[in-house]
Design a protein around this ligand. Structure first.
Ligand SMILES: [Zn+2]
Length: 437
């Protein structure tokens, strides 16, 4: 850990601050969107001991005057790969790195993510997520050398489960239902907050169902017994249907979802996380960095390029499906961290989602999908003071969400690391090609 801290000092991260004195923080917001569909003008949010205690009109002097900005709950991304990064040669191949190297790279991702307004992410997931979370949450001793690392709250699946997990000794290599139940228990034992399953192949390989109906029932059933949620990677309609019928909690991607399975998800209350605005576009943008590694081949890239209009069209149908709970997830991989908000821009601009609905998805609905609606996802008394201020009105121009002016997690202002007195920097602008995809 010492090495990680030393490396972070070289990255020029936030200067160390001693633990903040427990005093009331008051924030005046010019405009406030509460994450649950409510909007107010010129209100004061009072924060004590890291939590919101009141929201309402007031003429009192405040500790933070954000009257020129729009205040929102901290954003939530339910699907990221927070450790994925490009290696020193700029390529995705990072074999040869030590576990510490990986955590150091992930700390950059974490910092970019929180400065982009995302105060909670769900990583799906690898064991290093736990080390990253530990690094981010460990209390700094109050010494001058101490670097306060910044990042979002992290939930993790710790590992991913496929049709083969636990079945290596079997003749066909496929896991039996009992072996999958064991794999789910093992993941919980390892510290998983959520179970990540692969019900279909990658989009680069056609996205066909890979886990059998019986396997999905075993894995999602066991997770339910243990009180854990299940996130299921599924592209084909068959794999989506099987996962929904098995009672899994949330479907990821859903590229080839038909109206019938969209309706089925809505009927069963299954959360749907279509990733339409960042992951595929980011792969294409960074093609040279991935090409030639694993299934990142020419055919795979061609499949991803073809999938972009397909997912946009699917998303439009998802929006028309009554009662479908569309949550916010980007599938952020290497190259995408810090740009998680691009998904919202695409959902609104290309998909036609109403800005207020996109914001509810990004905050309260995603909090509900994490079963954390009583902790995060809204600006309301009793909830954690995870707050983001942006320049402009996102209800008129969704790209306002890119212009982050202020971030607070649990009542602590996240410092961007700029020297005191210099103008606050906006979040890094997205490359041109990504803006409208
Ligand atoms: Zn993913």
């Amino acid at each position: 850990m010492k090495r990680i801290i030393a490396a972070l000092a070289l990255l020029g991260c936030a200067a160390g601050t001693a633990a903040q004195a427990p005093q009331a923080i008051t924030i005046r917001a010019g405009r406030l969107l509460d994450g649950r569909g409510g909007a107010q003008q010129n209100v004061v949010v009072r924060v004590e001991a890291g939590k919101i205690v009141s929201v309402g009109p007031s003429s009192e002097a405040v500790t933070h005057d954000l009257s020129k900005y729009t205040l929102l709950p901290g954003f939530i991304d339910t699907h990221v790969h927070i450790l994925w990064h490009f290696g020193e040669d700029g390529r995705f191949d990072t074999r040869g790195e030590t576990p510490d190297d990986r955590i150091i790279a992930a700390l950059r991702n974490a910092r970019a993510t929180v400065l982009g307004g995302f105060t909670t992410v769900q990583s799906v997931g690898e064991p290093g997520d736990l080390a990253l979370r530990k690094a981010l949450t460990e209390k700094c001793p109050a010494t001058a050398e101490c670097i306060r690392l910044v990042g979002p709250r992290i939930l993790t699946s710790v590992r991913q489960i496929t049709e083969r997990t636990g079945g290596r000794g079997n003749a066909n290599g496929l896991a039996t239902p009992d072996q999958l139940r064991q794999a789910v228990r093992d993941a919980k034992e390892a510290g998983a907050d959520v179970i990540k399953l692969f019900a279909s192949a990658s989009i680069r390989e056609g996205g066909k169902q890979t886990m059998s109906d019986e396997q999905l029932q075993a894995a999602c059933g066991e997770a339910r017994t243990l009180g854990l949620r299940t996130l299921v990677h599924a592209h084909s309609p068959e794999s989506i249907r099987a996962a929904v019928v098995a009672g899994c909690t949330q479907i990821e991607h859903g590229t080839f979802a038909t109206d019938e399975v969209l309706k089925l998800m809505a009927e069963r209350g299954t959360f749907f996380d279509p990733n339409v605005g960042l992951v595929l576009q980011n792969y294409l943008e960074n093609k040279a960095k991935f090409l030639g590694i694993g299934n990142y081949n020419d055919a795979g890239f061609a499949a991803m390029e073809r999938a972009i209009p397909v997912v946009i069209e699917m998303f439009k149908r998802a929006l028309k499906t009554p009662n479908l709970k569309i949550v916010y997830g980007t599938d952020a991989v290497a190259g995408a961290h810090g740009r998680n908000i691009e998904e919202a821009v695409v959902r609104v601009r290309r998909g036609g989602q109403k800005p207020m609905d996109a914001i509810r998805s990004l905050t309260s609905l995603s909090a509900e999908s994490l079963r954390m609606q009583d902790t995060i996802g809204a600006i309301a008394p009793g909830l954690q003071a995870d707050l983001v201020a942006v320049e402009g009105d996102p209800l008129r121009d969704i790209t306002a969400l890119r212009r982050i002016a202020f971030v607070m997690t649990g009542g602590v202002v996240i410092d961007s690391g700029r020297p005191r007195g210099t103008p606050r920097q906006a979040a890094p602008a997205a490359p041109r090609r990504l803006r409208d995809r």
